[in-house]
Design a protein around this ligand. Structure first.
Ligand SMILES: [Zn+2]
Length: 448
């Protein structure tokens, strides 16, 4: 047994998964990869196996089928000095896209009064009962009457709070600005609209305004990427999936739509306050824990070469779920299609697709597939077509014939169980084709 160090990550990095234990990376790297060798991590996120490999003096190459994790790892590796990030945060607070400085507009949005002293306070969270038209309680700190503002007070909302919670339209400007990011495709719009419906009008307004302030007040730069990464935190915790105890649940997407929470209560956190805190906490943490890939950050995207070792930690739970795809669209503007098919070595995955497609001779189906068979997985549209049945002399039986990509032929039995293919996957004595060619070198430039 290797003693595994526990290495807690700050928010929002902990939403991607846990830090890969460096002792394990050392063990595997020393056993299987030469010094400076290439370690491929197919489940990339900040402090995943690729970063642990960097700490073990190997080159960690990070790839992911979700663009968000890989992007986040680079954002952290390229993060500038804390002062620069905090200066960018200041510019966001001062930005006056709609006339008032963003920070002031946010103070007004979450403003209320202390029930004891009637002084003005900023609400940190409103508590909602499921399906209620207004919140029932508010949590805030009062600088006048409660321990110099340190204690969090929870009181019933007033009539003014109820009115301010209803002042904004459910489908106001922020709603459509959010949905617009998903593009014109009707399926993507349905995901955008169902996701937008997960927020109170107040929090959707704050989320979209903060995102727009980041995009307009800070030019494209490593500092902006760190801020965008922190918007991910409030994209999740600012939604109605945030319960009283937690920080927001994984997003479940069903039939292309975001599923609502079934929790009886939710916490409407102050989006701007949580964003500001997340940035400051992350900056403080990064000052103590610079990314292991930082030294090579300029060349991370250029890294090529055959992987000596593939190393990753299969996540125990997926804390992001559909948030990963939603954030890629809403924060990064990546409108990718989500793969519906997985192609990998072996017959099981392909059989599953062929069975599900249930094609008659001559029919075809086109789906987005994650192709796992190459050294670096890629996502592309793939056509599956059923050709005429035939009697195969090599397999010595009647077979169904399917082609994928219009060229790779696959043989199945009458139950659509794959028997073999042209790459020599058939039973060994029956194979007549040459063995498959070795893997070409990875090509990061053409990988999603
Ligand atoms: Zn007070």
């Amino acid at each position: 047994m290797v003693p595994l160090e526990i290495f807690p990550l700050p928010r929002p990095l902990d939403r991607f998964g846990t830090a890969f234990p460096s002792a394990l990376a050392d063990l595997y790297a020393n056993a299987y990869a030469p010094r400076r060798g290439v370690v491929l991590d197919p489940l990339a996120h900040p402090w995943s196996a690729a970063d642990a490999a960097e700490r073990a003096d190997r080159r960690g190459v990070a790839r992911s089928r979700e663009p968000l994790g890989e992007w986040a790892r680079r954002a952290i590796a390229l993060a500038p000095a804390g002062d620069e990030i905090l200066a960018a945060l200041d510019r966001v607070g001062e930005s006056a896209l709609v006339g008032t400085p963003h920070r002031v507009a946010m103070r007004e949005l979450y403003g209320s009064t202390c029930a004891t002293c009637r002084g003005p306070v900023i609400v940190e969270a409103f508590l909602w009962e499921r399906d209620a038209p207004t919140p029932t309680k508010k949590a805030f700190r009062c600088g006048i009457c409660a321990r110099e503002g340190r204690a969090l007070l929870i009181e019933a909302v007033t009539e003014d709070d109820e009115q301010s919670s209803q002042r904004l339209e459910q489908r106001g400007m922020a709603y459509w600005q959010f949905v617009e990011r998903f593009g014109p495709d009707p399926n993507a719009q349905a995901l955008g609209e169902s996701t937008a419906a997960l927020y109170t009008p107040r929090n959707l307004t704050a989320l979209v305004a903060t995102l727009r302030a980041v995009e307009t007040a800070v030019s494209a730069s490593p500092a902006r990427d760190v801020l965008l990464l922190c918007v991910l935190e409030v994209l999740i915790s600012g939604s109605r999936l945030n319960t009283l105890a937690g920080r927001g649940a994984p997003l479940r997407v069903e039939k292309g739509r975001a599923r609502r929470s079934h929790a009886s209560q939710s916490r409407e956190v102050n989006v701007w306050l949580e964003f500001d805190r997340t940035v400051r906490e992350l900056v403080a943490w990064l000052a103590q824990h610079p990314s292991p890939a930082r030294a090579r950050s300029a060349t991370l995207a250029l890294d090529t070469g055959d992987a000596d070792l593939v190393l990753c930690q299969a996540p125990v739970e997926d804390a992001l779920g559909g948030w990963s795809a939603v954030a890629a669209v809403a924060l990064l503007g990546i409108r990718g299609t989500k793969p519906t098919v997985v192609l990998g070595p072996g017959r099981g995955l392909l059989s599953a697709w062929i069975k599900r497609a249930h094609l008659a001779v001559g029919e075809k189906v086109r789906e987005s597939a994650l192709d796992f068979r190459e050294p670096l997985e890629i996502v592309r549209d793939v056509t599956l077509k059923r050709e005429a049945d035939r009697d195969d002399p090599n397999l010595k039986r009647h077979v169904r014939v399917y082609t994928i990509y219009g060229r790779e032929a696959v043989f199945t039995d009458d139950d659509d169980v794959v028997l073999g293919d042209l790459a020599g996957m058939g039973p060994a004595p029956a194979a007549s084709s040459s063995p498959p060619s070795p893997f070409p070198p990875p090509d990061p430039a053409h990988t999603p």
